[in-house]
Design a binder for this molecule. Structure first.
Ligand code: CA2
Length: 145
C-alpha cells in the first residue's frame, strides 16, 4: 500500500473561519476527511498533518526520507519564503506534489515565487480541496502508470 504524507503549513488550521471568498468554506478537517476517502478509493494510506512552525515541517519532511512513498505539501506562506523547507524536500527521493487552494500566481506579487515548485513533480492550484484529490490521484497513477 502506498504511504502518502500530506503536510499543511501555517494558518491552514483556520480554514473555513475567514476569507471563504479566497479559500472556500471547507475546514482543514473537511479536507482531511476528503483525503482519507480518496485514499481508501485509491488504496493508499495517508498521514495528514498541519503545523504553524517551519522547523516542525522540516522535521516531518526529514522523517519522510524513510517509509513514505510520496509527499503532498501545501506549505501556505512558507511556500514563498522557506529555503529550509526547500532544502529538506531535496533530501527526498520520492515525488513531491505542491498544492494550493487558491492560485498564488493570480494574487499578490509576493506569492508568485514558490521555493517548492522547482522540486515538485506536479502542482495543483486554484481548485480548492479538489487539488488534494488530484495530487493523490497523480501519485496513484505515477506508481502504476
Ligand atoms: O492557496 C493556498 O493554499 C495558500 O497556500 C494559502 C496560504 C497562502 O499564504 C498561500 O499564498 C496560498 C495561506 C493560508 C492561510 O489560510 C487562512 C485560512 C483562513 C483564514 C485566513 C488564512
Amino acid at each position: 500500500m502506498m504511504r502518502i504524507l500530506i503536510l499543511n503549513g501555517p494558518n491552514l488550521n483556520m480554514l473555513g473561519r475567514r476569507e471563504p471568498d479566497i479559500y472556500g468554506h471547507q475546514t482543514l478537517a473537511d479536507i482531511e476527511a476528503l483525503c482519507r476517502d480518496t485514499a481508501i478509493r485509491l488504496g493508499q494510506e495517508v498521514d495528514f498533518r498541519q503545523s504553524n512552525h517551519e522547523g516542525e515541517l522540516v522535521t516531518w519532511i526529514q522523517q519522510a526520507v524513510e517509509g513514505i512513498d510520496g509527499v503532498i505539501i501545501n506549505a501556505a506562506a512558507y511556500t514563498h519564503t522557506s529555503v529550509a523547507i526547500h532544502d529538506a524536500l531535496k533530501l527526498l527521493s520520492v515525488p513531491v506534489i505542491e498544492v494550493h487552494l487558491s492560485n498564488p500566481k493570480e494574487r499578490e506579487a509576493f506569492r508568485h515565487i514558490s521555493y517548492i515548485e522547482p522540486l515538485a513533480a506536479a502542482l495543483f492550484a486554484g481548485e480548492g480541496a479538489r487539488g488534494y484529490v488530484k495530487a493523490l490521484e497523480f501519485l496513484s497513477t505515477s506508481q502504476n502508470p
